[in-house]
Design a protein around this ligand. Structure first.
Ligand SMILES: [Zn+2]
Ligand SMILES: [Zn+2]
Length: 395
């Protein structure tokens, strides 16, 4: 068995022919660059690229394979430099009817073993999506229907960032995933926690006890890859091994989730859009305490407070540890140049965040930054909670 690092939610900005895939994502975020970044700077061994159903991206993948630099393997996935396995994925927004009978939207991560499978999936989804070339587009079907299409092409469905206010199941569709998936609920091996939540929050909901938790970056630019990731125990890197880990089969499993302190996430607490600020206090509210407006963006923490059915966090025995990490970009005093310097010296961000001593870091970037990195690692920094689309801040 091997211990490997996995980030299963990375977006593509543009195709190599410069066609837009995800408008809000960086241009440098193309298929080949993601593979290289994972190998050279991040130390990621399994990466889920989530815009692979776009015909432009499919074209890029075909060209990348034709160079011989990367190749598909029989157990599924694409191997690059023998070090990273790329999992082909697609993020689909489904149309749901929420618990109040209104329209809801949720994001779903769909992963497939081969290029042929995701091509066939893409072809079928053309009939349900207006613009199949773009990322995370809305389909005219529900997740209950989508999961059948995913399964038909040998894929697996994982609810994405499942508590966020605008595009997620718990965020604006339902208080129970079982209501959405009904008798197909057991076909979902895992959920993605999202940046604004963690294991301790999610394990207040009993129906999630049987689900594996994924911590992924949802990166829209190369530096953000691995701001959250999973440490897994696998027999090798492939789609098959990845699925076995999600299902806890034959010793394959997630050993640890590495994620932001959820307070840093941009939807952690409820935000008043009229007053343009975080609504203070610990208790969840459905309207602003100051202006009484209902035009609020519900925080993930608050939403979980409302829908939870346990008095306190109780994690099932198989639940791995959750390790907080503060990525380099969040640490005060650290600009792009300093980060490059650190990476040039020490290899990957993971090494810097979790392994190096104060002296090692100090030798390269000085005592002040070294102290901040170590304090962040030890949880000694003060965090101002995020909300309403604004990230939390480390002070
Ligand atoms: Zn999403
Ligand atoms: Zn207000």
């Amino acid at each position: 068995m091997y211990e490997i690092y996995a980030d299963l939610h990375v977006h593509i900005g543009r195709s190599e022919s410069n066609k837009p895939i995800k408008i809000t994502a960086a241009r440098s975020l193309n298929f080949a660059n993601i593979a290289k970044e994972c190998v050279e700077r991040k130390g990621i061994n399994l990466v889920g690229i989530i815009d692979c159903a776009s015909p432009y991206v499919i074209e890029d993948i075909e060209n990348f394979l034709a160079t011989g630099e990367a190749y598909e393997i029989p157990d599924g996935g694409i191997i690059y430099k023998d070090k990273v396995c790329i999992i082909l994925g697609s993020e689909i927004e489904t149309s749901e009817i929420n618990d109040e009978g209104k329209t809801g939207s949720a994001h779903n991560l769909c992963y497939f073993p081969t290029l042929n499978d995701i091509k066939a999936f893409s072809n079928e989804m053309r009939g349900h999506i207006k613009n199949i070339t773009l990322s995370s587009q809305r389909a005219d079907i529900s997740a209950y229907e989508l999961i059948d299409i995913v399964t038909k092409y040998n894929g697996i469905l994982v609810p994405a960032h499942c508590f966020t206010p605008h595009k997620s199941f718990y965020g604006n569709c339902t208080d129970s995933l079982r209501k959405i998936f009904k008798e197909k609920y057991d076909l979902i091996p895992a959920i993605e926690l999202g940046l604004s939540s963690d294991t301790f929050l999610a394990d207040q909901i009993s129906e999630l006890e049987t689900k594996t938790f994924l911590t992924n970056s949802d990166a829209h630019s190369l530096p953000k890859i691995a701001r959250e990731y999973n440490k897994m125990q696998l027999g090798g890197i492939s789609f098959k091994e990845f699925i076995m880990a999600l299902k806890n089969e034959e010793g394959r499993k997630i050993i640890a989730n590495y994620g932001l302190d959820p307070k840093l996430g941009k939807y952690h607490r409820t935000y008043c859009e009229v007053c343009d600020k975080r609504i203070p206090g610990d208790a969840p509210v459905t309207r602003c305490l100051e202006c009484e407006s209902k035009n609020i963006t519900m925080g993930v923490y608050d939403r979980i407070e409302i829908i939870k059915d346990k008095k306190e966090t109780q994690s099932p025995e198989i639940r791995p540890e959750y390790v907080y990490q503060i990525p380099l970009t969040f640490i005060p005093g650290l600009g792009g140049k300093t980060i490059d310097k650190l990476l040039d010296h020490f290899g990957t961000e993971m090494t810097i965040l979790h392994k190096l001593s104060n002296d090692d870091i100090e030798g390269v970037v000085g005592s002040k930054i070294a102290k901040n990195i170590i304090s962040a690692r030890d949880g000694k920094m003060h965090i101002v909670e995020g909300g309403g689309g604004v990230y939390g801040k480390v002070e």
